[in-house]
Design a protein around this ligand. Sequence first.
Ligand code: CMC
Length: 420
Amino acid sequence: MSNAKLTLDGTDHEFPLVEGSEGEVGIDIAKLRGTTGAVALDPGYGNTGSCQSAITFIDGENGVLRYRGYPIEQLAEQVTFEEVINLLVWGELPDEARLKELRATLAEYAVLDEGIKKVLEGFPKTAHPMAMLSSLMTALGTFYPDGDTEEEILRVIAGTSTLAAYIYRYKQGLDYVEPSKDLDFASNFLHMMYGTPGEEPDVDETIAKAIDKLLILHADHEQNCSASTTRMVGSAMASLYASISAGVGALSGPLHGGANQKVLEMLQAIQDDGGDLEKYVGLAKDKSSDFRLMGFGHRVYKNFDPRAKILGASADDVLTALGKDDPLLDIARKLEKVALEDEFFVKRRLYPNVDFYSGIIYRALEIPTEMFTVMFALGRASGWIAQWQEMRNDPAFRIHRPRQIYIGENERDVPPISER
Ligand code: CMC
């Protein structure tokens, strides 16, 4: 491959090209400022590759998502979330012995210091679960400050499930249920959420499988807002706990993971308003209104989000398996149809994303709407860790520090207060 040529003020500069294993081409501009004095300007980073990564591949034009080469459709059907954790964080699907070991270690690290409960109980019960989770993640590090990276990784993955369940129970005014040593990750989480303190686990297999699949589908998504945030914070050599806490904060936003809560609230609002879909589609198209169709659109996917496809089908299966009927699913399906036939959405290539159907499934599983984004974080923690670890081990590792183009005032003297 030849180099990329840039002509600046009549002078030619050449930059090497980098080709990924799927043929993606990047222009390596690491020396751009040094050789030309100029920087690249790319608000929102839509054209900027911030790293080379071997974790997740997305082809947005064709709706492809793979973790370390394995198609998401196969992973969702054929393996468990624990296997995906091993794949993302340790690089390969585990054999039986490794899987057994990982399950046992995660169950062990799911037991948290009693002091965490005191921190949790300092929050108002009305606080949003994502704000609690982000704070508790930082707090977790204060209880285990001396662990090596491997121990921290296991504590964060396992701890996220215990924290999520504790947050739920605290908000509901229920006593905590301690983790079991005999359960897989998804079942242990459900046991801590819905079990009875002191009693043997009794977890519904259908629900555990549905949760497991949701966790797999949310586990990683390359350089999205929260993964990039986690890398950014970690690049300052901040702790894993601090980095993941920042990732949780980024995920909580409604344009990112917080969209799953907003989708459900939107569907509910449409139903309460008499089910007038055209009105809401019209509102989403109206540039004078702030309203967007939550769960629609994606920076990378321009044909369909493969996760939404899997979840759309899964929503039916879960409702049938649980013997439930949800009018919001009918509204969601109709809304999808109306939007997909509307020129505004077709022209902008706006399709349902992962957050569009996940909420319907969480609702069927009786997970409160406010907890939806915590469920997303529970799956995504493993991806954040894989990204954080890859960044730290990258031979090209440097603190992340973008440049800017300053557009403010030129130098001026401070006037006395009487003249301001
Ligand atoms: N409803 C109505 N219009 C939309 C929507 C939407 N959901 N999404 C994008 N548009 C329009 C937008 O107004 C713009 O129109 P125009 O070209 O006329 O100005 C055009 O489509 C391009 O949108 P954009 O905001 O420039 O696209 P982006 O890549 O910066 O943003 C997004 C991507 C996901 C933030 C955005 O599509 C959005 O706000 N969607 C709703 C929130 C949502 O569902 N977020 C979850 C994303 S997937 C999971 C995750 O990341 O956690």
